[in-house]
Design a protein around this ligand. Structure first.
Ligand code: F6R
Length: 243
């Protein structure tokens, strides 16, 4: 794994955006998995600007969803679906054929997981993954203690995720379960970027990067990835002792 630290959120975001652009220029037919959440928001704005500025053709890539809150409809502003649609798919005029997201309203969650795993398998795996890190160290909704061998699965969200997740919603919302790609997807992806910013992530990033590699801190698994990159701003890196 390689670690890169940037002076602030905007330089970090710009680097992440440029990394996505570079990847798509080299491999336009890629399968991409891009997280929702506050962390990558600015990187996506900069990515959209770059695609427009450089008139890139991104009609050949595929987007697969990382995770979703079970029971939250796609039109709810707190859903991952809504976030990705508004920050990426709509501004980039991505065709619906290019997008495969979890249906969080399904009655058949196991079937939904199997469907997502089959899409990823049929497309030859994920080429590029960009993930954030939860306050409890989660990646996607792979909560502390998750099995490293899981592909898509349904989880009981832990208390931290249930309460921190409220920030995405206009009103208080019950967030009990999530559906997510698994750590096995992350380990099998050809390239993975873990992105974190801000002082509130400093403690968990110290554990993830300097503590034991353990599913108790799912983000620490990035250290086992041969093409894993951790990109932080100075504030998120503030408690690292070995840099
Ligand atoms: C979102 C996701 C989550 C977030 C994480 C950090 O699709 O998978 O794991 O990446 O909770 O959230 P932010 O970026 O809002 O701090």
């Amino acid at each position: 794994m390689s670690l890169q630290i940037f002076p602030d959120y905007s330089s970090l975001s710009l680097h992440v955006a440029e990394t996505i652009v570079m990847h798509l220029k080299q491999e336009p037919e890629s399968v991409l998995c891009l997280a929702a959440g506050d962390t990558p928001r600015l990187a996506y704005t900069q990515f959209v600007q770059a695609v427009r500025r450089e008139r890139m053709d991104i009609s050949k890539c595929t987007f697969v969803g990382l995770d979703e809150w079970i029971g939250i409809p796609p039109g709810n502003e707190g859903s991952c679906h809504y976030f990705l649609k508004n920050n990426l798919f709509q501004p980039l005029s991505i065709s619906p054929d290019q997008v495969h997201l979890f249906n969080a309203l399904t009655k058949d969650v196991r079937g939904e997981c199997a469907k997502m795993d089959a899409v990823i398998r049929d497309k030859g795996g994920i080429d590029f993954m960009l993930v954030g890190v939860g306050m409890n160290g989660h990646i996607g909704f792979n909560e502390p203690g998750v099995s490293i061998t899981h592909y898509s699965h349904v989880v009981d969200l832990d208390e931290t995720t249930q309460s921190v997740g409220q920030k995405y919603f206009k009103e208080s919302t019950k967030l009990l379960k999530g559906i997510t790609l698994g750590l096995q997807h992350l380990l099998e992806s050809r390239k993975v970027i873990v992105m974190a910013s801000g002082g509130k992530k400093a403690g968990i990033m110290q554990k993830a990067l300097e503590g034991p590699v353990t599913t108790a801190v799912p983000a620490s698994i990035i250290r086992q990835h041969p093409h894993g990159f951790t990109m932080l701003d100075q504030d998120a890196a503030a408690l690292l002792t070995t840099v």
